[in-house]
Design a protein around this ligand. Sequence first.
Ligand SMILES: NC(=O)c1ccc[n+]([C@@H]2O[C@H](COP(=O)([O-])OP(=O)(O)OC[C@H]3O[C@@H](n4cnc5c(N)ncnc54)[C@H](OP(=O)(O)O)[C@@H]3O)[C@@H](O)[C@H]2O)c1
Length: 272
Amino acid sequence: MDELKLLNGVKIPSIGLGVFLSNEGEETRNAVKWALQAGYRHIDTAKAYHNETSVGQGVKASGIAREDVFITTKIWNEDVRHHRVREAFFGSLERLDVDYIDLCLIHWPVNGFPEAWSELENLYLEGKIRAIGVSNFHVHHFDELKNTLRILPMVNQIESNPLMNNQKLIDYCQNQSIVVEAYSPFGGTGSKLFENQTLRQIAKNHHKTVANVIIRWCLQRNLVVLPKSVHQKYIESNFQSFDFSLSKDEMEKINSLNTNTRSGADPDNFNF
Ligand SMILES: NC(=O)c1ccc[n+]([C@@H]2O[C@H](COP(=O)([O-])OP(=O)(O)OC[C@H]3O[C@@H](n4cnc5c(N)ncnc54)[C@H](OP(=O)(O)O)[C@@H]3O)[C@@H](O)[C@H]2O)c1
């Protein structure tokens, strides 16, 4: 599997299993176990997903060593607003039942995020986290951090899929070597992208699924991609995205599907 290098040299596997809306308990435990057994080495969770305990159990059940798995979690908005980053971080560590986190992100740019970033920097400098980053940050949020930061965020996790490719923001981040992670790559739960005729034709050309084509399109744009599924069949087939490549023409066809339509919330206009 491919890996990308973060600004501090830490390597991040370029496909991570997403577990948003994956239920605590058997559903998440199995999804994580199946993913790791299929070759994934990266799981993307968050306090707000209420399934960190099951993620930790799934890692153990997989038989894959902890140090071979890249675990990401995120600091939730209320903890940012109320200056509880340290407590929130240790809560995640306890639920995941691990003694370090590979990547910890500020989930959304809510009031107090510069102070939250400073506390995340402290935890990183104390050696509790291998890498730190942000999520849902626009350029102006990076600008707000500029005056106080000691460490540039190593990652920005944002929505990116064929209907909302977010390419300008990706270019801004990649120009500074900030690794971009694509969330909701398929357009989230209930997405119509699986029926898109352009994507279906490209998938047919390669004897692959639409999901493989989208994942491949993300990989060829040097993104980390975070496909979510709770079904073993999808988890396994989604990982089969390293043995083919899209032509320049196919990449451009997918780029041209962009309508700037988000499946998730707008980081400049949300109410949670
Ligand atoms: N930082 C943030 O604010 C943020 C926001 C959103 C998401 N994320 C992260 O990004 C991850 C992915 O995003 P997402 O969960 O919104 O959605 P997504 O990965 O774009 O789409 C997930 C949906 O696609 C279905 N699916 C997966 N593989 C499929 C396949 N091969 N064929 C047909 N359907 C398939 C899943 O079904 P089943 O599950 O039923 O199999 C699920 O309904 C999240 O889980 C989370 O880790 C982060």
